[in-house]
Design a protein around this ligand. Structure first.
Ligand SMILES: NC(=O)c1ccc[n+]([C@@H]2O[C@H](COP(=O)([O-])OP(=O)(O)OC[C@H]3O[C@@H](n4cnc5c(N)ncnc54)[C@H](OP(=O)(O)O)[C@@H]3O)[C@@H](O)[C@H]2O)c1
Length: 271
């Protein structure tokens, strides 16, 4: 019975991982979420009664440790730790560094929030759960990352927005290398996988100003120019299945430790 722990599993790709993994009755599937009551309700409505959820905000070490105790009671060790939690905003996605003329303090706040969840939250998560990963015979830790954190992707695509998200994902990419160097001798695979482009928006779509709608268009045009294969965002289930496929195929022996790869396994092409 392989055990999967998905961190940041309330919605989007995180919730979809729970759904997809639960289709195999051999899997033990656990989600960590900030609002466990709401997610428990959603799981029951979706008929996903085998999935366990525990409360944990990745910025809260006490909650993570309490979740570790709960997980330990369900499974001895964690085979697959999927670190999915993220802080991201559309407002900063559309602005480049020249577009903060009078509000650099806003940029600083957004960078701090992104680092707190995406970087420090990742360290908290991996450090707290490492003892359970070490007990597994599989020992795979996956950080969901993004080509937005790659210098080559930025220069090649010409995408200059998303400063807080991009710099935090660049830090995530460095962290997986650091964890790899520290733990690979114990057989722990730590790597990053970029989700590509997945439509994880839930609920009513916000309306954007004319300027922002144009910026979204420009963003899409740049992605298309970067990669002829890019055909727009894929549905969450397709995205989750593809990411799991890459995770299952990756190994220390295969040279994946400490690397960040795209949703099709490339270390240099992101879409
Ligand atoms: N979607 C894409 O196209 C895409 C592309 C490349 C990479 N990725 C990566 O894939 C991952 C999932 O993306 P997504 O689009 O599914 O994101 P999303 O829809 O924004 O969902 C983010 C998840 O993170 C959780 N979260 C936020 N702050 C948290 C915290 N402090 N502690 C614990 N959980 C927290 C959210 O829970 P709440 O409901 O409690 O806020 C939610 O479950 C991210 O790491 C993202 O960078 C996505």
């Amino acid at each position: 019975m392989p055990s999967y722990v998905v961190v940041g599993a309330s919605r989007g790709l995180g919730y979809t991982f729970l759904k997809v993994l639960a289709t195999d009755p051999n899997n033990t599937v656990i989600g960590l979420v900030r609002d466990d009551v709401a997610v428990q309700k959603r799981l029951v409505e979706d008929g996903l009664t085998s999935v366990r959820v525990f409360k944990a905000d990745v910025t809260n070490l006490e909650e993570l440790k309490a979740a570790r105790t709960n997980i330990e009671e369900v499974v001895g060790g964690i085979d697959y730790l999927i670190c999915n939690a993220v802080y991201k905003t559309t407002a900063t996605l559309l602005r480049n560094l020249a577009e903060y003329p009078d509000d650099l303090d806003y940029l600083e706040t957004e960078i701090s929030k992104s680092f707190k969840v995406n970087v420090v939250g990742l360290i908290n998560t991996i450090n707290v759960f490492m003892p359970l990963v070490q007990r597994s015979s599989i020992k795979k830790i996956i950080a969901l990352t993004s080509g937005m954190g790659s210098c080559a992707f930025t220069n090649d695509s010409g995408i200059d927005g998303g400063i807080p998200y991009s710099v935090s994902k660049a830090a995530v990419n460095m962290l997986v290398a650091k964890y790899n160097v520290t733990y690979k001798s114990e057989g722990v695979l730590t790597m990053g996988i970029c989700a590509g482009s997945v439509d994880t928006f839930e609920g009513e779509r916000p309306s954007f100003s004319e300027k922002d709608t144009a910026r979204f268009g420009e963003f899409g045009t740049k992605l298309q120019a970067y990669s002829a294969r890019f055909a727009g965002p894929v549905p969450p289930e397709d995205g989750a299945r593809q990411l799991l496929k890459v995770m299952h195929a990756s190994s220390i022996e295969g040279g994946n430790g400490g690397t960040c790869v795209s949703y099709f396994g490339s270390t240099s092409q992101w879409l």
